[in-house]
Design a binder for this molecule. Sequence first.
Ligand code: G3P
Ligand code: CA
Length: 226
Amino acid sequence: MLKIGHRGASGYEPENTLRSFKKAIDLGVDMIELDVHRTRDGRIVVIHDETVDRTTNGSGDIAHMTLAEVKELDAGKGEMVPTLDEVLDLAIGKVIVDIEIKDEGLAESVAEAVKKRLEGGAKPEDFVISSFSENELETVAAHANLRRILLTRRAPQHAVAAALDLGVWGIGAPSESTHGESVDDVHRNGLKVFVWTAHESDEAEAIRRCRDIGVDGIFSNFPDRL
Ligand code: G3P
Ligand code: CA
């Protein structure tokens, strides 16, 4: 089962910062998960929301800000919002990097950023691309041959048809909507199941249950509990 640091080790450090990714790597994860958006000047930055409001000391839409403006902000404990390249510099060769595409229209730029790393010696297995958007996952596949995860907010078995159509590696779903029969159904179709536990009131209990039902990986804010 893959141990995945959700937004790094975001239970311990400010989410989606270099500090959080370093902590996850130190805790021995197999993979880190991060979220990407694009700035007004076309740079890919690692941040969960469309705005900087919740996770920094600033406010505004990322799509309306330049990278320089985003970089002025404090994302927690003095950390800056990192670019995708900065996280890749830190993590490639140490852990698998799962890049979750949040914005529509970002897939080609993400695939190109990964392809540059492949040209520089990284391996395709060093990366996973995930998204709730089927369009984005389709576009990624048109540009690069990478493992992909289709995300859903429903029970994973409901995404099987779309996942098979897209030819993805696996399905990602919230732990609270994932049960044993659903996992078995997805496995029978030759797909992996990944769950995130971030919204459960008792993450440790959610992790135990998800292990028991045989998921292939868990995204956790506290990856040392995996
Ligand atoms: O990749 C799984 C999970 O990160 C999706 O939900 O809202 O935490 O990006 P969210
Ligand atoms: Ca995410």
